[in-house]
Write a protein that binds this ligand. Structure first.
Ligand code: UD1
Ligand code: CA
Length: 460
C-alpha cells in the first residue's frame, strides 16, 4: 500500500450562500459541511490531512480543533492550483499518493474514493481525476479524453463550442503522485479567462512530461455534487438523509416516512424499532431494538434501552432511558436524566439531573430536577422539586416506595425516607423519616350557606 495524504480545499468565500458564516461551516444533516471530507479522508486511512483555509479561516480551524488535521493558509484566493500549492510546505516530506478533496463536496462515499485510488494505482497514473457525466454540464470543467487517458480539462469559460458539447465533467476530486504534483504546479501560469492558477492545468503538464493521466467516471454523479448555494445545500441534505435512512431501513428499522425523518450520521438504531415522521435523532444518540419514537420527538446525545416508547412531541437531551420506559407525550428530559427501567414519564413532565430507580413514575405536570429517586416511587400530578434558591442548586433524595400526593413541593435540600407518604398539597421543607406520613397544609374551614348568601346579594 502506498502512503496516502489528503488536501482539502476550503479557502473559497462561498459568495452564493449570502452568509456571514464560511460556507463549509453550514450544517448538512446536523454537521458542518467540512466534517464530511475530513472524516472521509480518515476513513480511507489518510496519514496526513491538510486543509487549505482562507475566508473565515479562524472559524474553520476552531470548528475542526478536535479532528486532528493540519491547516495551510491561502491568504488570497488565486485559484485551485495556487490553493494546492499553499499546502506544499505542510507536505514537504511526503512521498506517495495525494488525494485532493473539496470542502464543499460532502456526499462522496468512501467506496467510490477507494475505487478511484485503486484505479489510480493499477493504471500507474501520476494523475487520476474523478469525473461524472451530467445531463447539464454547464459551468464545469470538461474532460477531453483519448481512451482511458485524459488530454486536458478545459474550463467552461475557456472552452470552444465543440468542447462545451462534452458531458463528462471534472468533479474537482483527484489522486496525484507527490511530490511530482508540486513540481508540475510550480509551472502553472494564469493566462486564462479567469486569470487564475488552475489546478486542472497540471493534467496537460503531466502528459507533456510523459506521465500517465487517467479519469474514472463516478457511477453515481450525485456523489460529486458541490454546494454553492442554499438550494443545493437543501438538495444535498435530502439526498444524504435518504441515504442514512436507507442504511437503517436495511438494518431492520422501520422508518414510516423517510423524507420527513431527520437522523444524523452518528446515530445508531436497533432492529424492529419504528421511527415515525417528523422525528429528529441527533448527535451520538443510540436507540436499542423494539423501540418506538412517535411524531415530532427530538432526541439528542441520548441512550435508549430496548422497548422504550417515546411518545409524540417529547424532547430528550443527554439522557439515559432504561429498558421498557414510556415517555411523553410532550415530556422534556433534560441533560443528566437517568431512568433505570420501566419508568413512566408522562405529559408535561420535565426532568433534569434526575436519577429514577426502576418502575418509578411521574405521569403528569411535574418538575423533578437535581434528584435521586428510588424504586417504585409515584409522583402525583403537579409535583415540584424546588431545587434553586436563585443562587445555588440543591438536591432532593427520595427513598424506595414513596408515594407523593398531587401538588407537592419539595423545598431542597430534603430527604424523604423509604415507604413514606406525602399528603397531596404539601410543602415539604424538612426531612421525612421512613414509613411516615408528612402533611403540611392549613386545615379546611367550611362556612355553611356563605356562597348562596353572596349570590343573593349580587342579584339585588
Ligand atoms: C473547479 C474546477 C472545474 C470543476 C469544478 C468542480 C479548476 C480550475 N476548475 O472549478 O474544472 O469542474 O471545480 O466543482 O480547478 N478554492 C480555494 N482557493 C482558491 C480557489 C478555490 O481553496 O483560490 C476551493 C474552493 O473553496 C472550492 C474548490 O477550491 O472548495 C473549488 O473551487 P471553485 O471556485 O468552486 O472552482 P470552480 O471554478 O467551480
Ligand atoms: Ca465550484
Amino acid at each position: 500500500m502506498k502512503l496516502l495524504a489528503t488536501v482539502i480545499l476550503a479557502a473559497g468565500k462561498g459568495t452564493r450562500m449570502k452568509s456571514a458564516q464560511p460556507k463549509v461551516l453550514h450544517p448538512l444533516c446536523g454537521q458542518p459541511l467540512i466534517t464530511y471530507p475530513v472524516r472521509l479522508a480518515r476513513q480511507l486511512g489518510s496519514t496526513t490531512t491538510v486543509l487549505v483555509v482562507g475566508h473565515g479561516a479562524e472559524a474553520v480551524e476552531e470548528a475542526l480543533a478536535t479532528e486532528n488535521v493540519g491547516f495551510a493558509l491561502q491568504a488570497e484566493q488565486l485559484g485551485t492550483g495556487h490553493a494546492l500549492l499553499c499546502a506544499q510546505p505542510a507536505l514537504a516530506d511526503f512521498s506517495g499518493t495525494l488525494l485532493l478533496l473539496c470542502g464543499d463536496v460532502p456526499l462522496l462515499r468512501a467506496a467510490t474514493i477507494a475505487q478511484l485510488l485503486d484505479y489510480h494505482h493499477r493504471q500507474g497514473a501520476s494523475v487520476t481525476v474523478l469525473t461524472a457525466t451530467l445531463e447539464n454540464p454547464h459551468g464545469y470543467g470538461r474532460v477531453v479524453r483519448e481512451g482511458d487517458e485524459v488530454v486536458a480539462i478545459v474550463e467552461e469559460k475557456d472552452a470552444t463550442p465543440e468542447i462545451r458539447t462534452l458531458r463528462e465533467i471534472n468533479t474537482g476530486i483527484y489522486c496525484f503522485e507527490a511530490p511530482f504534483v508540486f513540481t508540475a504546479l510550480s509551472q502553472v501560469g494564469c493566462n486564462n479567462a479567469q486569470g487564475e492558477y488552475y489546478l486542472t492545468d497540471v493534467l496537460a503538464l503531466a502528459r507533456s512530461a510523459g506521465k500517465k493521466v487517467c479519469a474514472l467516471a463516478a457511477a453515481d454523479g450525485d456523489e460529486a455534487m458541490g454546494i454553492n448555494d442554499r438550494v443545493q445545500l437543501a438538495s444535498a441534505d435530502g439526498l444524504l438523509r435518504l441515504r442514512i435512512n436507507q442504511q437503517h431501513q436495511r438494518a431492520g428499522v422501520t422508518i414510516v416516512d423517510p423524507a420527513a425523518t431527520y437522523i444524523e450520521p452518528g446515530v445508531a438504531i436497533g432492529a424492529d424499532s419504528i421511527i415515525h415522521p417528523g422525528v429528529h435523532l441527533r448527535g451520538t444518540t443510540q436507540i436499542a431494538g423494539h423501540c418506538s419514537v412517535e411524531p415530532g420527538a427530538m432526541i439528542t446525545d441520548s441512550i435508549l434501552g430496548e422497548r422504550v416508547q417515546i411518545k409524540a412531541g417529547s424532547i430528550v437531551e443527554a439522557s439515559e432511558i432504561g429498558v421498557g420506559c414510556n415517555i411523553g407525550p410532550m415530556a422534556h428530559l433534560r441533560a443528566g436524566t437517568v431512568l433505570l427501567g420501566d419508568n413512566k414519564i408522562g405529559n408535561f413532565v420535565e426532568t433534569k439531573k434526575a436519577r429514577f430507580g426502576r418502575k418509578s413514575q411521574a405521569s403528569h405536570l411535574t418538575y423533578i430536577g437535581d434528584a435521586e429517586v428510588g424504586e417504585r416511587v409515584n409522583f402525583g400530578c403537579g409535583t415540584i422539586t424546588c431545587n434553586y434558591d436563585g443562587v445555588n442548586k440543591f438536591q432532593t433524595t427520595i427513598g424506595d416506595d414513596v408515594f407523593v400526593g398531587s401538588d407537592t413541593q419539595f423545598i431542597a435540600p430534603v430527604t424523604i425516607g423509604r415507604g413514606s407518604l406525602i399528603a397531596a398539597g404539601s410543602t415539604i421543607t424538612k426531612d421525612v423519616p421512613a414509613d411516615a406520613l408528612a402533611l403540611s397544609r392549613t386545615e379546611q374551614r367550611v362556612i355553611e350557606g356563605w356562597a348562596a348568601k353572596k349570590r343573593k346579594k349580587q342579584q339585588k
